[in-house]
Design a protein around this ligand. Structure first.
Ligand code: DCP
Ligand code: MG
Ligand code: MN
Length: 348
C-alpha cells in the first residue's frame, strides 16, 4: 500500500515536470527536491530502456496470479488480502469462479461482499459527474423533507472536481444534529424514506448509525435501465462538520499527508477534530491528549490552525490522481513550495 502511494506520487511528479524524462534527467528525481527512492528510479530507467514498458510490469501483466487478485479486488468489500487468500486457499481465479464458489456454498462471503458480487458489473463502472449531481439533488430533496435545515454536500472525488467518480459521497449536517441520538434518528428516517421510494436498492452494511453504505439508482422514468451505484451517507454534528468535510473530500493521499504533517507538529487530526497530543517515545500508536480541540467553523480554519496554506478541493488531488479518468486538469499547478503540505509529503 505504501509502495503504491510512493509510485502514485512519483507518477504525478513526473507528469508535472517541465522537461522530458530521459536517462540523464531522471537522476534529478533522486535529489532531495523530488525525493523519489533509488529503487523506483532504477525501475523508471528500465522503462525508458524498454521503450516505455517496464520489464516488471510486463511480467506482472503476464502473471495469472496478479491478474486474478486484481480482478477479485474489484468486488466491493474484497481487499488485497482477501483476494489473495481466495486465490491461494480456494483456487478462485476470477469473478466467475467466485460466483460459482459462493453459489455452491464452498465459500461464505460477508453480506457486503455478496452484494458487491451481485452488482459487480454495475459497480465497477465509474459514475459521470452529472449523474452524481442528479443523485445528490434527489437525496437532498428527501433529506430536506425530513429536516428542513439540513445541509447536504457531495464530497469525495466529486468535490475535488473529477469528471467521473467511483461512488457518491454525501455528507449531512444541521444544528439539530448536536446529539448523537438526533443524528442516528435522522439517518434512520432518511434511509427508510430512500428505500420506500425505491432509490436505495441494497444495503452494504448490515447495521448503521451515523454512517450508511448502500447501492442506489434513481427510479427510472422511461424504459432505460439505470445502473446501480455505490452511495455513502454520513451525518455529523455542526462542530465536527468542517473536519468531516475536509476528511471526506480527500483525496485519501492528501489526507494521509495532512495527518502526517499534523502528527509531526504535535496534533492529531481526524474526521471529527484537531487536538494537541503527545506521543510517548518508543510507544507506537499511543497518543495522549494534552488540550482541547481546536474549534473550527470552516476548512480554512483547520488549515490555518496547522499553519498550512489553504488548498481548494481541486488542488487536493495532488500526487494522488492517476485515476483512469484522469484528465490532467491540474497539470499546470506547479509543485508548491514550502511551508505547506508538499514539504511534509517528502517524508511520507
Ligand atoms: N478516505 C480516507 N481514507 C480511506 C478512505 C476514504 O481518507 N481509507 C476519505 C478520502 C476520500 C473520501 O474519504 O476522498 C471518500 O472516499 P472514497 O473511497 O469514496 O474516495 P474518493 O471519493 O476520493 O474517490 P472515488 O472516486 O474512487 O470514490
Ligand atoms: Mg467517492
Ligand atoms: Mn465513498
Amino acid at each position: 500500500q505504501w509502495r503504491a502511494m510512493g509510485y502514485r506520487r512519483a507518477a504525478n511528479i513526473v507528469k508535472r515536470m517541465k522537461m522530458p524524462l530521459t536517462a540523464s534527467t531522471i537522476d534529478l528525481l533522486q535529489t532531495k527536491a523530488y525525493g523519489i527512492g533509488s529503487k523506483l528510479v532504477t525501475r523508471m530507467k528500465d522503462m525508458i530502456d524498454n521503450g516505455g514498458q517496464s520489464t516488471l510490469l510486463k511480467e506482472l501483466k503476464g502473471d495469472p496470479k496478479t491478474a486474478s487478485i486484481t480482478e477479485l479486488g474489484q468486488v466491493w468489500g474484497i481487499g488485497p488480502s482477501t483476494a489473495h487468500s481466495l486465490f491461494q486457499k480456494f483456487d478462485i481465479k476470477s469473478v466467475t469462479d467466485l460466483r460459482a464458489a459462493a453459489h455452491s456454498g464452498r465459500i461464505k462471503l460477508t453480506h457486503g461482499q455478496s452484494i458487491g458480487l451481485k452488482h459487480f458489473d454495475d459497480l465497477k463502472e465509474r459514475v459521470p459527474r452529472e449523474e452524481v449531481a442528479r443523485i445528490r439533488d434527489f437525496v437532498q430533496l428527501r433529506a430536506k423533507e425530513i429536516c428542513a435545515g439540513v445541509d447536504v454536500i457531495c464530497t469525495g472525488s466529486y468535490r475535488r472536481g473529477k469528471n467521473t467518480c467511483g461512488d457518491i459521497d454525501l455528507l449531512f449536517c444541521a444544528h439539530d444534529f448536536h446529539t448523537e441520538r438526533n443524528q442516528v434518528y435522522f439517518m434512520k428516517q432518511l434511509v427508510m424514506e430512500l428505500k420506500r421510494c425505491k432509490f436505495l436498492v441494497e444495503d452494504l452494511t448490515e447495521t448503521f448509525e451515523c454512517s450508511y453504505m448502500g447501492v442506489c439508482k434513481i427510479p427510472q422514468q422511461s424504459n432505460e435501465r439505470n445502473i446501480c451505484r455505490h452511495i455513502d451517507l454520513k451525518v455529523y454534528s455542526r462542530r465536527s462538520y468542517p473536519f468531516a468535510l475536509l476528511y471526506f473530500t480527500g483525496s485519501d493521499y492528501f489526507n494521509r499527508s495532512m495527518r502526517h504533517y499534523a502528527n509531526k507538529i504535535g496534533w492529531s487530526l481526524s474526521d471529527r477534530d484537531l487536538v494537541p497530543v503527545i506521543r510517548p517515545e518508543g510507544k507506537k500508536g499511543i497518543k495522549i491528549k494534552i488540550g482541547d480541540g481546536v474549534p473550527a467553523v470552516s476548512e480554512e480554519e483547520i488549515f490555518g490552525a496547522l499553519g498550512l496554506q489553504f488548498r481548494e478541493p481541486n488542488e487536493r488531488n495532488c500526487y494522488g490522481s492517476v485515476d483512469e479518468d484522469d484528465d490532467d486538469d491540474d497539470i499546470d499547478n506547479p509543485i508548491p513550495e514550502s511551508p505547506n503540505i508538499s514539504s511534509a509529503m517528502h517524508d511520507v
